[in-house]
Design a protein around this ligand. Structure first.
Ligand code: ZN
Length: 99
């Protein structure tokens, strides 16, 4: 059976994506221009890299952002998310996604 024809998966969301983007935005503010390439390719690459290391956090989205703040209030999750983001920034900074 084809699930996507029968059910609406648009309400399924990976909260980690939103959390990683928030965190990435905050951490990038600490860099000044010239220290780091902030082109689209590099920044999206940082987000992808961080998202591949952080534990996914799926929810059924009718209840809004309740779950996201719940995840961030778990200290371990918040810490591992912050670490994943700063590692991704460092990797791309040292080795940009382009010449
Ligand atoms: Zn770049």
């Amino acid at each position: 059976m084809n699930l996507t024809e029968r059910y609406n998966f648009e309400l399924l969301a990976n909260e980690a994506e939103k959390l990683v983007l928030n965190e990435l935005g905050e951490q990038l503010e600490a860099f000044s221009e010239g220290d780091i390439c902030l082109c689209n390719e590099c920044v999206v690459d940082m987000a992808a890299m961080a998202l591949n290391t952080v534990k996914p956090f799926y929810r059924f989205s009718l209840l809004g952002t309740l779950y996201a703040s719940q995840a961030m209030s778990e200290k371990n999750y918040a810490d591992s998310l912050k670490a994943a983001v700063s590692n991704a920034i460092e990797k791309v900074r040292k080795n940009p996604s382009h010449d």
